[in-house]
Ligand binder design. Sequence first.
Ligand code: ADP
Ligand code: MG
Length: 734
Amino acid sequence: MFLRELAARIGSIKGAGGKAEEQLANANINNAGDLLRHYPRDWQDRRCIIPLKNFSRYPAVCTVVQVTSHFWFNFRGNKTLKAEVEDQTGKAFLICYGCNQFYIKKELAVGSYLRLWGSFSYRYGELQSSDFETEPCAGQEEENSDGLLSKSRFFGRIVPVYPLSKGITMGLIRRLMLNALEQYAGAIEDELPEEIIQRDGLLHKSGALLSMHFPDSWEERDAALKTLVYEELFYLEMMIGKRALERRSFSRRKSGEEEAGDTPLGSPASLEKNALSLSPALSSAAPSSIDFTPLQKRLIERLPFTLTPGQIEAVKELNTDMDGIYPMARLLQGDVGSGKTLVSFLAALKAIELGGQAALMAPTELLARQHAENAAKLLEPLGIQVCFLTGNLKTAGRRPLLKALAAGEIDFIIGTHALFSRDTVYHALRLVIIDEQHRFGVAQRQAVMEKGDHPDLLMMSATPIPRTLAFTVFGDLDVSVIRDMPPGRKSIMTYLKRESNAGEVYNYVRKELAKGRQAYFVYPLIEASEKVKTADILKDLYSMADRLAKEIFPQFKIALIHSKLDEEEKRQIMECFRKGEIHILAATSVVEVGVDVPNASCMVIEHAERFGLSALHQLRGRVGRGKDQAYCFLVYSDEYTDTAKQRLLIMLENTDGFVIAEEDLRLRGPGLITGTEQSGYLNLGLADPIRDALRLEQARKDAFAILERDPGLLLPEHQRIRKALQYEQLIQVV
Ligand code: ADP
Ligand code: MG
């Protein structure tokens, strides 16, 4: 039986009363398997005696004591026990807040001996602890001559410390865990191939569970951790590998065109073609010398600038993919302002020339509208039918549009996720473009693909996904990276300012505004009512917009924008800002994505410490889009600590979004960056793709080698993998 098949009720575990079942259910531990997968967050070494007199040298003492007397005192109206205990080195007091009488009578009776684990400190002139655990024992002889404590259930050994949630105590979970291990661990089968277990000196699963929860030594714990981490990574890569194979099993060639015996995954020839690439496609397939298509050429000729080398390369890669026999699945990464939109328009032209339709989905209506306006300007002169669709479009306008789409009269449709609502029907959807792909949930991205028959997929991300993570998350995608920026961009000058010096920033911005430039002011909160109680000092958008308008910049026009305004209002405000009728746009991070106003030269972010680095980088990318020198001011709270300031310094030292994303990842963890946190995409518990990068690479090699040899996992030695994979949750990129 696999651990994930162990569904025995909590009630079946020795010592688990009906109440335990309920309590654990609150923590989402619903059966014995869940319990055994509830891994410790830490361990305490209770093997050596640490006597009372050494309390200050260790986080806790671990010793054998005798209870010598009881004192009662009043604590908040409760009669509370203070038990005096002593070991061979000294005396101390155990403070028993809210202890039950039974425990006091049974374990803490005067004269009885205890094993004791507790953290002590001096209070009121005596050594005290209110954070301790005890276990009755026979007497001082528990301590052997080597200074070791004799082993019992929770003493004289390494003891796990579990993450707790409401209603569960450490004692309960430890007791049940030990019993569950005794009852069930022995029967748990390995999910990893035997070969790998042997090769890497990993533990068998049943042993790994025992050693993870109650290791006999640190070496054993490390081996258990290594085993369990590897198992997670192996199955993650197995899923990615399988998905890559599945995608490549669909061929655009008509059946008549197929070579004899060329089944998608079967023949050696196709296997070679399908061979899973181990370099995570970050270095993409060598672009062929394929030229631009006629429409692409016409668009390029009409542009007032030339494409950057990175853009040219990306378009060639896309063209090659779209001519290939497998549907494209490509991630286009490029820093803010690197010109990804144009590349995606060129891809749309290619799809249209191939006789299909293209759809571009953007996360906000604001951004979608901007793209649609752009596309209309650039593509309509080429005879392309472009249209814009959002959820806000009412039935009257919507119906004819959808009709035209279904009839194939529209070539390129741009919008929000409304593009993929139920009533949207395509004539021949050939290319799906997802802008700011990390902003979409898994389900939305999935719905996209179902609107066509294996359409090509182009995802774009301006939050560069760090190499380390791309490896994990986008393991089955091809990746194009635009590394260069359109020429003539001045670097943005970035400054850190304490809040108390914000006046200097305002003065600077005033000078820029006087020159005819525009500015953004960004705040973490919309309104004061959102404030959490500790954050009374936070400036919010509404009150600051008021101050900016009345006190700080009375001579300039200010508008405010945030996600809760309705779309029409947002559109009008952006329109006015773009036209220069508004000088200052006070905003929340809604301006983070895509907004493109070249005359804006100042970005002021107040409470910059409240934003992630990648968000700051995105926000900074809103300026410096024109010919003028641009400035970014990061204003941080006076209370902000120096160590935390280090984080903002990264923004001063780096302009490369990739480097910033790596740092962000290191500081905040992967989910927050890829937007995969909520979707639970990275189905990882113990493994960490950054810390375990080397293991991850190994897991990928192992998994892909197996799939290459045996794509259907039909060989007898792969049976356990095939079975285990049934339990893997479908992890989806699109
Ligand atoms: P992002 O990659 O952040 O989505 P955009 O596609 O919004 O960047 O491009 C930013 C700006 O750069 C746009 O105003 C676009 O017209 C302009 N641009 C794109 N490509 C070039 C180029 N090769 N040379 C000059 N400007 C360009
Ligand atoms: Mg963009």
